[in-house]
Design a protein around this ligand. Structure first.
Ligand code: URP
Ligand code: ZN
Ligand code: ZN
Length: 458
């Protein structure tokens, strides 16, 4: 079926103009002013609305096992929620434990990707290194998974020692693969947590004390040093604070090939939320933790100036009952703040409308840059002839209020409850299929495809 989006204001990372978009066979076939409307096309009148490329979330956890429990979204609920908020591509994680092979974990993850409603791919976590791991990773890359994930954090679960990290980064460089990294010093966090527990400092507010900014900065610096030595491309996930950003900037100035992501949570929430009484703070526990509010303006400035590449969600939906696991000890709260559905509208409202970033940076950090870094561009992340017809017709004049009562994520609270956002995703398409109308899912379940990505040519 053909799709004709008429008279919208097309906004990409570097252009803005009014035109019609004609889509056929899943891709954008023609863009121009006053195009003839084909007889067989469904017409969407976008007059007075913005038309963005479908948004890309490069950091989600739809299938996530942590602390003996599983995150609550499925590929069906997660992708429906994402679409209602304008996200049309997500990059999830396959997290093999130390006893598990990468290929075995990949197969298990594939079993979970039932009924996706938009396209998706994954990063492959490396939790230890050996000849066997290396040969499996080579196969993983051949299957189109061209980004690895390493953890400096989470000492006994996924964290790797420096030697194994160095070997992983070297392999990634030789394969033309980008390595993403969670940068916090696991060993010191572990000791600080033991000390806090011994002192009966168990409330949610102590989470931040166990992992202060300087430990994130230290991990970030270690990643920068290794990537400089090896010359490999790296991507810092969920950068939360000025101290870590300084390490990235210094490494960039030395010539390191480094990108950094922040999260919508760090831009809008702060550590006082995790200190809320009556265990309410548990909803705000994630790692790295929400930081002092003074960091927010610094992160916004870094986004506008291009020092930070992307805004993701790190969507990790553990519900209120699961959060209770840590009622007596913050160390046992499953980490992560759900926000997959909210990212784009919050970023538009608090970024573009509030004057913190311009509209082209908005498209870049929420869509284009992630597509470029992770080998999806120009299939995803822009509006041009030949790109997938993943489009968001956005009505900036509509206002909505975020609430757990109305959101589509499979989670019984919202950390953004009551936040007003400017804009509704009036129409969202995935390869020309209309999946959302007036902010509600109306589309076909199961049309989402796994995206095979290319290695960098090196
Ligand atoms: O607290 C977080 N960020 N949870 C999800 C897992 C991770 O570290 O990304
Ligand atoms: Zn992480
Ligand atoms: Zn994460």
């Amino acid at each position: 079926m053909a799709l004709f989006i008429k008279n919208g204001e097309i906004v990409t990372a570097d252009s803005r103009y009014v035109a019609d978009i004609w889509c056929e066979n899943e891709t954008i076939t023609t863009i121009g002013k006053n195009l003839p409307i084909p007889n067989h096309a469904e017409v969407i009148d976008a007059t007075g609305k913005l038309v963005f490329p479908g948004f890309v979330d490069p950091h989600t956890h739809i299938y996530l096992h942590a602390m003996g429990t599983y995150a609550k979204d499925t590929y069906e609920t997660g992708t429906i929620a994402a679409l209602c908020g304008g996200t049309t591509t997500l990059i999830d994680f396959v997290n093999p434990g130390r006893e598990e092979g990468s290929l075995e974990a990949l197969e298990k993850w594939r079993q979970q990707t039932q009924n996706p409603c938009h396209d998706y791919t994954c990063h492959m976590t490396v939790s230890h290194f050996s000849d066997q791991v290396e040969s499996e990773l080579r196969e993983v890359v051949k299957q189109g998974i061209t980004s690895f994930k390493i953890f400096f954090a989470y000492k006994d679960i996924l964290g790797m020692n420096d030697g194994d990290i160095y070997k992983t980064l070297s392999l990634a460089k030789s394969l033309g693969v980008v390595t993403t990294a969670h940068c916090e010093n696991a060993h010191i966090i572990d000791i600080r947590q033991q000390q806090l527990v011994a002192n009966k400092q168990l409330a949610t507010k102590y989470h931040h004390e166990s992992r202060p900014p300087i430990l994130e900065a230290e991990g970030t610096h270690r990643l920068c040093v290794m990537s400089e030595l090896i010359g490999g491309e790296v991507y810092v996930v969920h950068l939360s604070c000025e101290e870590a950003l300084q390490k990235v900037l210094a490494a960039k100035m030395r010539g390191a090939n480094i990108h950094a992501e922040t999260l919508i949570q760090y831009l809008l929430l702060d550590k006082s939320h995790a200190e809320l009484p009556n265990f309410e703070g548990a909803k705000y526990i994630m790692s790295p933790p929400l930081r002092d509010k003074k960091n927010q303006k610094i992160l916004w400035n870094a986004l506008q100036q291009g020092f930070l590449a992307t805004v993701a969600t790190d969507h990790a939906p553990f519900d209120w009952k699961q959060r209770q696991m840590g009622r007596d000890n913050f160390c046992n709260i499953p980490n992560g703040i759900p926000s997959l559905e909210d990212r784009v509208r919050l970023l538009y409202t608090h970024g573009v409308q509030a004057g913190n970033i311009d509209i082209h940076r908005f498209v870049d950090v929420a869509s284009t840059r992630a597509a470029k870094i992770f080998g999806l561009f120009p299939q995803k992340g822009t509006i041009q002839v030949g790109s997938d017809a993943d489009l968001v017709v956005y009505d900036p004049n509509c206002r909505q209020t975020i609430s757990a009562k109305t959101h589509h994520m499979n989670i019984d609270y919202s950390v953004f409850e009551g936040y007003e956002v400017s804009g509704v995703c009036s129409t969202v398409t995935v390869r020309g299929n209309i999946q959302v109308r007036d902010g509600e899912f109306v589309g076909k379940k199961g049309i989402g495809k796994f995206l095979k990505r290319q290695q960098r040519i090196c």
